[in-house]
Design a protein around this ligand. Structure first.
Ligand code: ADP
Ligand code: ZN
Ligand code: ZN
Length: 719
């Protein structure tokens, strides 16, 4: 028997699969994980095909060195092949994303020496007479009595061995107990509420698709559009219940579990142990074990962020993508996959129903999918009034109206969320005498002042240096600080509103680790009054029922990016914040500070007019041939020297002549991490031929360019 194996190397030049002859007793299937001799070394590899014979003579074929634990299903092997093509990547890189967590690093099913109290040990603790114990031994037994089975190394294996010899302790090598802690599920209920008319209608559509293969055939999937609080999650729960009842499984993708655990809790409360969770805040071991529960079929619903789209489930009946407008569904490493697109392909392969949901859906989804609507909030509360505050000619970061609203809020003891999409203290520093701006030495971007840490930092490469006090160009000591970031706003709010009984929390990428951020959110939720200041993180899916004021500072900041999605982002940001405001007792209000009060996206957001915005946006995109009317493919070439980056991009461009698509560039991008960059953008109405042509062009040019020190990366559907 011959196994065709894809070695898991990062190199683009290595294109498998390669044939290996299976040795006696080596049982493999498509998807099995092997260790194979590869060149002078050995490599992990995944079986992508089995064959009776090879084109190569048997004596030229090597045998796999070992068959390793659990591989992936044949469906994921197929999906990896599709991804490699769709994202101009390689099957090996796609497969590497799908393996059991830790499998590639060899940290799979970990066992450890686990200590447990025997009944005799328990007796010894309670009736001390007759059993002589040192203080240390008593301590050990106490610890075991309190904690249950414990990894021996944590308590000291030596001492435990002596207790084992006396029959007081059992030592046993076994799988580490590593289930992720189940949270107290709080108000989440195990019982579905009676659905509203709109929810019932939406769920009925999904159920009929789930029940009828003819409906699913070629179906583009459903878009569930409804404001925050309109009951979308309840519809997902109903659809998952239907998938389980039909004996099938389900995947639920969410943007970021650590910051928005409520959704997970609701699934756990409703379905219990059949829910597995995969996310980055878990240890590799925990993720491995959750992954195995899915693989073995013990768990049949997977909730997780974008990588959960690869959950090892069989017979998937439903895939849900919650908050589908979120940019975190796009993966930034190669392959630069979009979990929403992969979800569609996986749903197609499994004959599953795809549902994506949002209050601010992407124009792509509105055009391509069957729309279901939830027009009203479940509690029937109206959306908050949104007011625009013109910041032109103002020199303070907070508008007087905002200050007043915050002071009122403090007096009334309410809660507010302030959103400013810029971290740090001030966004750039310049010399008052000669105008010099402090730039990152590695990237062509301004350094941002972080006052609490007294340093300036590059938000692209992480470079840090001390706060400058003197201009290196003209020796002036007068350094101006421009603009305000979250750090400065937090400081100003503290100064203005004091702290006692009115806490001010900050949430951004600077505010410590993910768990620490989750804790900040919990503290804000628990506080009866206070303010949460932060970057767009604060508008992501958290559901605080008692926030009565939302403020967006510098709302047009996103508009200043040269990006065709700028309007969409700005609209989503304001609308999402509005959706999270005003379900409390103190009425509700959203203030939008901006330098561009007339921007379309802001005007539509003021009127909560999603449909108007989308219609307008679609007209504009059609005129400019942007998605969904064309696909974009971005090719970025980088090198230490600018000419090499540009030449590489030009060579790829040359390979694309004859392609029926607009190829823009090479255009210079700002230097990043010490490398010059040059970019091509392909705009194609005919998606697949363009992807294939770019893939071929890159394969032509990249290996030679790599030898000269240039790197090429391809981004299909860039964000
Ligand atoms: P969304 O996902 O659109 O933000 P949710 O499903 O979270 O909306 O619903 C908002 C709130 O209303 C939640 O607290 C939820 O438990 C509750 N809810 C949803 N549907 C119903 C219903 N039919 N009856 C009563 N409460 C509901
Ligand atoms: Zn100067
Ligand atoms: Zn930098």
């Amino acid at each position: 028997m011959i196994a065709r194996v894809q070695p898991l190397t990062r190199t683009r030049a290595v294109r498998g699969p390669f044939d290996y002859r299976l040795g006696p007793g080596q049982e493999v299937e498509v998807g099995s994980l092997l260790k194979v001799p590869f060149g002078a070394r050995s490599s992990l590899g995944v079986v992508v095909e089995l064959a009776e014979r090879s084109e190569l003579a048997p004596e030229r074929l090597a045998e796999p060195e070992a068959v390793l634990g659990t591989g992936v299903g044949a469906d994921l092997v197929r999906l990896a092949g599709w991804m490699a093509r769709e994202y101009c990547s390689t099957p090996a890189r796609a497969l590497a994303l799908m393996l059991a967590p830790g499998a590639a690093a060899g940290t799979g099913a970990k066992t450890a020496l686990v200590a447990e109290l025997t009944p005799a040990g328990r007796d010894a603790l309670s009736a001390a007479d007759g059993v002589r114990l040192t203080a240390r031994q008593r301590e050990l037994l106490d610890a075991l009595a309190g904690a249950g089975p414990t990894v021996a190394a944590q308590l000291g294996t030596e001492g435990l061995r002596r207790l084992e010899a006396r029959g007081l302790v059992l030592l046993d090598r076994r799988a580490r107990p590593r289930r992720p802690a189940r949270h107290a599920v709080g108000a989440a209920s195990a019982i579905a509420p009676e659905l509203t008319g709109e929810q019932t209608a939406a769920l009925a559509e999904l159920q009929s698709a789930m029940g009828d293969p003819a409906v699913r055939q070629g179906h583009p999937g459903f878009l569930l559009q409804g404001v925050t609080g309109s009951g979308k999650t309840e519809v997902y729960l109903g659809a998952v219940a239907a998938a389980l009842a039909a004996g099938r499984t389900a995947i639920v993708l969410v943007p970021e579990i650590a910051l928005t655990p409520q959704v997970l809790w609701r699934f756990q409360a409703r379905f219990g142990d059949v829910v597995a969770v995969l996310h980055s805040a878990l240890s590799v071991g925990e993720r491995h074990d959750e992954w195995m529960r899915l693989r073995r079929g013990e768990a049949r619903v997977c909730v997780g962020p974008r990588s959960a789209v690869f959950a090892p489930l069989d017979d998937i009946g439903l895939i849900v993508v919650d908050e589908e407008h979120e940019s975190s569904y796009k993966h930034e490493g190669d392959p630069r996959y979009d979990a929403r697109t992969v979800a569609r392909e996986r749903a197609r392969q499994h004959d599953a129903v795809l549902v994506v949901g949002s209050a601010t859906p992407r124009p792509e989804s509105v055009v391509g999918m069957t729309r279901l609507r939830l027009a009203q909030r479940v509690d029937r509360r109206p959306l908050p009034a949104v007011e625009v505050l013109d910041m032109r000619d103002r020199h303070q970061p907070l508008h007087p109206e905002t200050r007043m609203a915050l002071a009122d809020l403090r007096r009334a003891g309410g809660k507010a969320i302030l959103l400013l999409n810029r971290r740090g203290w001030s966004n750039f520093l310049s010399c008052r005498a000669c105008g010099r701006v402090w730039l990152c030495p590695n990237c062509e971007v301004a350094l941002v002042l972080h006052r609490t840490g007294s340093f300036v930092a590059c938000h692209h490469c992480g470079h840090r240096e001390g706060v400058p006090h003197r201009c290196p160009a003209c020796a002036s000591v007068s350094v101006a600080r421009h603009g305000a970031g979250t750090e400065r706003i937090e400081h100003e709010l503290r100064e203005a509103l004091g702290e006692d009984g009115f806490p001010i929390f900050r949430l951004d990428a600077d505010s410590a680790t993910l768990p620490a951020r989750a804790k900040t959110l919990q503290r804000f939720e628990a506080a009866p009054a206070g303010i949460l200041v932060g970057t767009q993180m604060v508008a992501k899916g958290h559901d605080f029922p008692d926030v009565s004021l939302g403020v967006v500072l510098d709302a047009d900041q996103t508009l200043r990016f040269p990006d065709f999605r700028a309007e969409e982002r700005t609209f989503a940001l304001i609308t999402q914040l509005a959706g999270r405001t005003g379900r409390g007792a103190l009425g509700s209000r959203v203030l939008v500070q901006t330098l561009a009060p007339d921007a379309r996206s802001i005007a539509f957001a003021v009127h909560h007019d999603s449909d108007g915005f989308i219609a307008d946006e679609l007209t504009r995109r059609q005129a400019l041939s942007y998605p969904p009317y064309a696909s974009l493919i971005r090719v970025v070439c980088s090198a230490e020297e600018e000419p090499l980056a540009r030449e590489t991009a030009a060579s790829i461009h040359a390979e694309l002549t004859g392609l029926d698509a607009a190829v823009l560039g090479p255009a210079p991008l700002f230097r990043l991490r010490g490398r010059s960059r040059s970019q091509l953008v392909v705009k194609a109405v005919d998606r697949q031929p363009a992807i294939d042509a770019v893939g071929r062009a890159v394969d032509q040019v990249a290996p030679g360019a790599a030898r000269r020190g240039a790197a090429v990366s391809v981004d299909v559907d860039p964000q």
